[in-house]
Design a protein around this ligand. Structure first.
Ligand SMILES: C[S@@+](CC[C@H](N)C(=O)[O-])C[C@H]1O[C@@H](n2cnc3c(N)ncnc32)[C@H](O)[C@@H]1O
Length: 294
């Protein structure tokens, strides 16, 4: 019978060490530490077949997160499928910015809306992190919206574990539309926080993206027409109308592509002339978050 050590020897030329360890752990349904500390462990035929099929998929550059079926984001574990974008580390900046804002904001009721929620990573991380703080979750409302029903199914599963369980309402539709239909969402005297990591890659940037991203991750989660700004422009148009109708106080946090920093202020002011706009860089020194206060 083959052991973990045998498999390691066989596949280390094909795969990265860490990827192989995680694949073996996943096939055995055991923690990675077990794989590292039990080289003599004998693999049954079924486990071996599973490892071999995962190795073939990884060798074809399928993202590890899709093979394992989950990805860590902001210290929490999220189920991901080919219907959802794999959460990126730079998006953690958006979560940090919202949490920092909430620490200094008034303690009144909030409505937090995550548009383009995907696996639910942003809104679920916010709820989980806020549950550990003195923020009163029960006073506030949390929503996740996506145009993909398949992604929403994954987000709902991710929100099933405590402390997020039952705290977030997931809605299907185009940008803010499903909430605009629930008029009371904007009428009540809550201040509104919007987070959005919408598709923002321009045609040129999408075309130049790594082949494995284009092959495996949904294009509908990444590409946006009009230099990557069509989705955000759609959102600004909806916000212009919402504010005209309900006049809510809002803080909006958008993840952006760095080159959009120069174009965004003009686009935002076209629809939201009173907006105060700030940008923040990610750890790689690239402009990544646009904060709009209304
Ligand atoms: C870049 S992904 C972000 C997913 C997740 N929030 C994250 O940070 O990993 C963009 C998401 O926006 C969704 N989306 C695309 N167009 C949309 C629209 N018009 N209205 C709502 N969601 C949309 C996609 O289905 C996808 O889940």
């Amino acid at each position: 019978m083959l052991t973990i050590a045998d498999i390691r020897k066989e596949y280390l030329k094909k795969l990265d060490y860490l990827d192989l360890e995680l694949i073996i752990a996943h096939a055995l349904k055991k923690p990675r530490e077990f794989v590292a500390s039990h080289p003599e462990y004998e693999l049954s035929g079924a486990r071996l077949a599973a490892i071999r099929s995962f190795v073939v998929r990884r060798a074809k550059h399928e993202p590890l997160a899709y093979i394992l079926g989950h990805k860590e984001f902001y210290g929490f574990d999220f189920k991901v499928t080919p219907d959802t974008l794999i959460p990126r580390p730079e998006t953690e900046l958006l979560v940090e910015d919202v949490l920092r804002h909430l620490q200094t904001a008034d303690r009144g009721q909030k409505t937090v809306i995550d548009i383009g929620t995907g696996s639910g990573n942003i809104i679920i991380s916010l709820v989980k992190a806020l549950s550990d703080s003195d923020f009163k979750i029960s006073n506030s409302k949390f929503y996740g919206i996506d145009i993909s029903e398949e992604a929403l199914r994954v987000a709902k599963r991710n929100a099933k574990n405590n402390p997020a369980r039952g705290k977030i309402k997931f809605l299907h539709g185009n940008l803010l539309e499903p909430l605009i239909k629930i008029r009371s969402a904007f009428r009540v005297p809550r201040s509104i926080i919007i987070t959005a990591n919408l598709p923002y890659l321009s045609r040129e940037i999408y075309d130049a993206t790594l082949p494995n991203v284009k092959k495996y991750e949904p294009k509908s989660a990444l590409y946006s027409p009009n230099e990557g700004l069509a989705h955000y422009e759609g959102l600004f148009k909806q916000l212009e109308k919402t504010i005209a109708d309900y006049g809510s106080q809002m803080e909006i946090f958008l993840e952006i592509s760095p080159e959009q920093k120069t174009k965004l202020p003009k686009l935002i002011k076209k629809y939201l002339p009173g907006a105060q706009i700030e940008f923040r860089k990610d750890l790689a020194g690239k402009w990544r978050v646009c904060h709009i206060a209304l």
